[in-house]
Design a protein around this ligand. Structure first.
Ligand SMILES: *[C@@H]1O[C@H](CO)[C@@H](O)[C@H](O)[C@H]1NC(C)=O
Length: 210
């Protein structure tokens, strides 16, 4: 926002009476900006979700396939056979609970790549397609660095569609359970927000649905 910056700059030079009256004018403009429709529509509504992502890299029910075997070198921090640049495509089930048999709520579709030569790090780019609840039919786009040596990783919510259009925030990403060497369950705690509809937009919605 430009207004608070203007106030800070002005107050540092507000030594004289004329500067003090200038400051009052600037403050008045700032208040007017805060009350303007554009400031109101900048309000945001929180989006909090907990999802479990089932990453199954082989065997029955496989949902993750390796596209690229990195030419190397082998990553010494990971199990043998993992190479820098390995890239996996996923269409992983999202569930409401930890168990794979709990209510399905969507899919995580995208890729992750072994993004470090020395650390057990994946670089993730997935779209969470939600298929239940208030955000059924909407998506969240998530990207970031998954350092599996850390108990909780932070990835970015970089956008969304549908009811989650213009989403922003972060996902706390952790390994909730290792079912087998082929099936890991990740816990995704989404802390995001979307623009709150302005009064005018809400009224337009009411009219269009009437
Ligand atoms: C989600 O939306 C689809 C399409 O509108 C609908 O068929 C489905 O029943 C919904 N699922 C849930 C769990 O609400």
């Amino acid at each position: 926002m430009h207004a608070p910056m203007a106030i800070r700059v002005s107050s540092s030079v507000a030594a004289t009476a004329s500067n003090r009256s200038l400051l009052l004018v600037v403050a008045g403009v700032a208040l007017a900006l805060l009350a303007s429709p554009s400031a109101v529509s900048a309000r945001r509504r929180p989006v909090r979700l907990r999802l479990y992502m089932h990453d199954i890299v082989g065997g029955p029910g496989q949902t993750a396939v390796r596209l690229v075997k990195g030419p190397g070198p082998e990553n010494p921090s990971m199990h043998p056979g993992n190479y820098f640049g390995d890239t996996v495509a996923v269409d992983d089930l999202l569930t409401a609970g930890l168990a794979a048999g709990s209510a399905p709520v969507g899919r995580a579709q995208g890729t992750y790549m072994t993004g470090s030569m020395s650390r057990p790090v994946f670089v993730v780019a997935v779209t969470l397609m939600l298929a239940a609840g208030p955000y059924n039919g909407s998506t969240l786009v998530v990207a970031g660095r998954d350092d599996t040596s850390q108990p909780v990783r932070e990835l970015a919510v970089v956008g969304g569609t549908g009811a989650l259009r213009r989403a922003a925030g972060h996902v706390l990403w952790s390994t909730a359970r290792v079912e087998s060497s082929l099936h890991a369950v990740l816990q995704l705690d989404v802390h995001a927000s979307v623009p709150a509809p302005s009064k005018a937009a809400a009224a337009a919605l009411l009219v269009s649905s009437a």
